[in-house]
Design a protein around this ligand. Structure first.
Ligand code: URA
Length: 295
C-alpha cells in the first residue's frame, strides 16, 4: 500500500510538489461553487476576495481596505480579516461593484493519504494542502483518503453540479489492484449491478458498470472499472461485495478528462481544449464558457 502521511496538529508546512499556477486572467460573472461547504459558510477574508477578483495583490488589497475605499453592504470597512461572501454580500471598491472571481478548473493528481475536504478538525492532510489558488476552489465529488488519482476542483458551481448529477452520466474510470481477481461470475455481477446498502440502510442496486482486466504490467494485474454514479466508497464496496480486497484504487478518468502527465501530488489548470470537452460533455454551451477560456 502507498504510504499514508499523517499531518501533525501543529503543522505549518505545505507539501512541496505543486505545479506553478498559471498567470491570472480577467474576471467574469459566474455562479460560485457551493457556498455552504467548508470555510465559505463563514465567508472569505475581504482582502482575499478583493485579490481573487483581480483588482490587486493580497498586500495591495489590504492597503485599499485600510484607505477606506471598500464598502461591504453599504458600510466602509477598514479593518483586516472581515469575512464576506462574494455571492451574497454587496462589495464595492471606489463605489464600483467588485467583479466575480475568475473561474478556475483544476485537475489534481491526488495521492493516497489526503482527504477530500476543505479543512479537517483532526489535522489530517486535505487536498487543499496540495492546491494553492487565489480563488477558492472546491473538490467536485470525493475520493476516499486512500484513493489516488484525478480530482477536479473548481469555483464554477454549475460545472460541479453537472459533473456530480447522475442525469449527465459522467463516467468515472478507476483502475484497481485487487486480491483475488474477480471470477467470471463476479465480473458479470459487477457489470449488471449489485445490491449495496446505503447510509440510510436501504439496499440499492448499482447501475451497470464496465469491468475488464487491464494488460498485465510490472508483475501486477489491475482491473478497470467504469461507473457513472458517485455513491460513497462505491467502487470499494462493489469489489468487496464480490469478495475482492482492494489494495490500490486510482481514478484515471472523469468524463473526457484523463490523468496523464500530472505527477502525483501536482495539479494544473485544464487546457482550453479540455474545458471545451468538459463543457460539451456537461451539455453547457459556448456562451456559458468564460470568454477568457475560449481559444
Ligand atoms: N469509489 C470508491 O470506493 N472510492 C473512491 O474514492 C471513489 C470511488
Amino acid at each position: 500500500m502507498p504510504e499514508t502521511p499523517r499531518r501533525p496538529a501543529d503543522r505549518t508546512r505545505r507539501p512541496q510538489s505543486k505545479a506553478k499556477p498559471p498567470a491570472p486572467a480577467r474576471a467574469t460573472k459566474r455562479t460560485p461553487a457551493n457556498p455552504q461547504e467548508g470555510a465559505a459558510a463563514d465567508g472569505e477574508r475581504l482582502q482575499k476576495v478583493l485579490a481573487a477578483s483581480g483588482i490587486a495583490s493580497r498586500r495591495a488589497a489590504e492597503d485599499i481596505i485600510r484607505s477606506g475605499r471598500v464598502k461591504v453592504n453599504g458600510k466602509i470597512v477598514r479593518e483586516m480579516g472581515v469575512k464576506v461572501n462574494p455571492a451574497r454580500d454587496n462589495i464595492l471598491v471606489d463605489n464600483k461593484q467588485l467583479a466575480q472571481p475568475r473561474r478556475r478548473y483544476i485537475i489534481l493528481h491526488k495521492p493516497s493519504g489526503y482527504i477530500t475536504t476543505m479543512s479537517d478538525e483532526r489535522g489530517r492532510w486535505t487536498v487543499t494542502d496540495l492546491v494553492d489558488t487565489l480563488e477558492r476552489v472546491v473538490p467536485v465529488g470525493r475520493l476516499d483518503r486512500d484513493t489516488e488519482g484525478l480530482l477536479l476542483l473548481t469555483n464554477d458551481g454549475e460545472v460541479a453540479h453537472r459533473v456530480m448529477h447522475p442525469r449527465f452520466g459522467i463516467q468515472k474510470e478507476y483502475h484497481a489492484l485487487v486480491t483475488p481477481l474477480p471470477t467470471a461470475d463476479a465480473t458479470r455481477a459487477l457489470g449488471v449491478g449489485i445490491e449495496l446498502r446505503d447510509e440510510d440502510g436501504k439496499m440499492e442496486r448499482t447501475a451497470p458498470a464496465q469491468v475488464s482486466l487491464l494488460p498485465y504490467k510490472h508483475g501486477e494485474q489491475w482491473i478497470k472499472i467504469v461507473i457513472s454514479e458517485g455513491r460513497k466508497r462505491q467502487v470499494r464496496r462493489m469489489l468487496e461485495a464480490v469478495g475482492c480486497e482492494v489494495r490500490r484504487l486510482v481514478r484515471v478518468r472523469l468524463g473526457p478528462l484523463v490523468l496523464t502527465g500530472i505527477p502525483k501530488g501536482s495539479w494544473r489548470e485544464l487546457t482550453p481544449g479540455e474545458r471545451r470537452e468538459l463543457f460539451v460533455a456537461l451539455k453547457l454551451t459556448n456562451q456559458e464558457m468564460p470568454t477568457e477560456e475560449m481559444e
